[in-house]
Design a protein around this ligand. Sequence first.
Ligand SMILES: Nc1ncnc2c1ncn2[C@@H]1O[C@H](COP(=O)(O)OP(=O)(O)OP(=O)(O)O)[C@@H](O)[C@H]1O
Ligand SMILES: Nc1nc2c(c(=O)[nH]1)N=C(CO)CN2
Length: 186
Amino acid sequence: MSNGPFDIDVDTLGNLRPISKVVLSLGSNLGDSAAILQEAVDFLAETPDLMLVDVSPVYQTKPVGSVEQEDFLNLVVVAESTLEPLTILDRAQAIEDNFGRTREVRYGPRTLDIDVIMVGKRISEDNIELPHPRAHERAFVLVPWLDIDPNGEIAGHGPIADLVDDVDIQGVVRREDIVINANTGF
Ligand SMILES: Nc1ncnc2c1ncn2[C@@H]1O[C@H](COP(=O)(O)OP(=O)(O)OP(=O)(O)O)[C@@H](O)[C@H]1O
Ligand SMILES: Nc1nc2c(c(=O)[nH]1)N=C(CO)CN2
């Protein structure tokens, strides 16, 4: 798998388009979270020009942040795409909206949250910062990601295999009973 914009795709018009590695973190702690995660993965798999490579196991995780709320179910998706980072964020937010996600309480309960963790290169713009600025300190991102991408790295922070040693993984428990079917296309 490419680690950045090094592989090239040629579209039907003959345009060269770099293929980037994409990492997404999905979380839910409202409603039927397991079913919501499955549907969200299905929506991602149906996204044109986004090829799912792997979907992590599901973890039950203690809420991070100061808001008192239910545990989350979290998973990570690794994909490849020729899409621009903002297009991927738009698609992620459209999928969140589909599950009635509102954005009133920062860090508050949510039917579905999709954070864009990385899309190839580093970017810092008004609406998007990549890699996600808090991913390196979040066990609910690092633990599932490590399961499916042991050589993964966060630009500017290092290998996720090392980062996971520095976070508290006690509140992150694998849910073997919840199986998400991944339509990875491979
Ligand atoms: N890498 C990113 N992934 C998702 N959203 C991002 C990213 N970088 C910047 N944003 C911006 O952050 C805004 C708030 O996102 P969101 O509501 O998902 O935050 P949150 O999930 O409450 O907190 P956190 O960003 O810490 O996970 C989005 O509208 C988006 O414009
Ligand atoms: N365990 C856990 N805690 C969170 C989560 C999440 O997905 N899992 N998402 C948040 C907002 O992005 C805030 N806190």
